[in-house]
Design a protein around this ligand. Structure first.
Ligand code: FA5
Length: 350
């Protein structure tokens, strides 16, 4: 065996170890520590390269050289751990020392409820304070509840007013019995089928219509249905309830307009509109700008009979409020499409 080669190799390792340890103790940050680790202990680092060079040595020298590399590698790993502890604790100390607790804090942005959710809550609160109960219903509805039981049989022209999104599943007659509800009114029937009067309820929920959008029309929007059935309920009760609702939402000075309207499930039927320019007290414009916010009327006796109510004893009123229109009026927004564009610059204002 060549004693000199063996000695040279061992000295070489000692030299590398000494340089590595000097460099390690000079590291002051996690980044420099990491660079050091890659240089010496990484997959392509100096220790791995030394291990690979074993095969180039005469076979007798290999075991000793191998042992020397292993013990050097262990020393480097141990020193790395202690240097890591040193570096991180001094990092923390630097952070602590550079922290000025007297500086103003950084504001944390918190989320808020969607303006339509807030409006639904405001409307629900207005009605629950008048004794109405809140219920919910399915968004995928049967033709039977959405139309037929509401006095809108197949081929009735009133169906044209509700551009319907049908569920593409046919029954044994080849007809599509299911749809995305076009209004919340089917819940009138579902409730009256299972409950006896007195009834006072509201139904918030999403509705869908296959129609082009513009500044006051969306293809999906929210409605809140209202239904009251009891002895001696009259149109005056309907008007009084809706006036009170408008005052609760927009204040005492709000201007409300009722006009006749036609819905097959009420008789007589009406629409209620609010003057856009009267919704805030500080608005002194004289001009009126009416926005239709709901359809309403006295529940048609045909419907009361169909659900098994005694029409000599009971009458009722119903209404369907467009929530987005209320939110537009409340916040002075002139384009309904803004609510569903998911633009945080708009939604962040509420
Ligand atoms: C109905 O949907 C009836 N079910 C309302 C009703 C209930 C009448 C009970 C009588 C008794 P209408 O299609 O007019 O009616 O819609 C009611 C309200 O929803 C409208 O006044 C309006 O405020 C809102 N609305 C209607 N279409 C849209 C649309 N495309 N985008 C946004 N809001 C709408």
């Amino acid at each position: 065996m060549n004693k000199n080669t063996e000695k040279d190799s061992a000295q070489n390792i000692d030299k590398i170890l000494s340089i590595a340890l000097t460099e390690l103790s000079a590291t002051k940050t996690l980044d420099s520590l990491n660079e050091w680790k890659v240089r010496y202990l990484g997959r392509k680092g100096i220790v791995v390269q030394l291990k690979r060079s074993i095969s180039e040595l005469p076979s007798k020298e290999r075991p000793k050289f191998g042992q020397a590399i292993n013990s050097a590698s262990k020393i480097l790993e141990q020193k790395l751990i202690s240097q890591h502890t040193k570096v991180t604790s001094s990092d923390n100390k630097n952070i602590r020392e550079s922290l000025d607790v007297t500086l103003p804090g950084v504001p944390i942005n918190s989320g808020s409820l969607h303006p339509i959710t807030q409006t639904i809550r405001d409307i629900c609160e207005a009605f629950t304070s008048m004794g109405f109960e809140i219920i919910e219903g399915p968004e995928i509805e049967l033709d039977y509840y959405n139309f037929q039981m509401l006095n809108i049989p197949k081929h009735h022209p009133a169906r044209d007013g509700f551009n319907t999104l049908w569920i593409d599943q046919k029954d044994s007659n080849g007809e599509r019995p299911m749809l995305l509800r076009t209004h919340t009114s089917p819940m009138q029937i579902r409730t009256m089928e299972t409950q006896d009067p007195p009834i006072r309820l509201i139904v918030p929920g999403k509705v869908y219509r296959y129609e082009a959008t513009d500044s006051s029309h969306e293809w999906h929007f929210s409605q809140i249905e209202g239904l009251a059935v009891d002895k001696d309920i009259s149109f005056t009760d309907l008007k009084g309830t809706l006036y009170e609702f408008a005052r609760k939402l927009f204040g005492e000075d709000v201007k409300v307009r009722f006009r006749c309207d036609y819905f097959p499930f009420v008789e007589p039927g009406a629409e209620m509109a609010i003057d856009w320019n009267s919704r805030t007290k500080d608005n002194d414009t004289k001009e009126e700008n009416w926005i239709e916010i709901l359809g309403a009327g006295m529940v048609h006796p045909k419907i009361l009979k169909a659900v098994g109510y005694d029409t000599n004893k009971y009458t009722g009123f119903a209404f369907g409020i467009g929530v987005e229109r209320i939110a537009m009026l409340k916040h002075g927004i002139d384009d309904i499409r803004l609510f569903y564009n998911n633009d945080i610059r708009f939604l962040g204002q509420f």
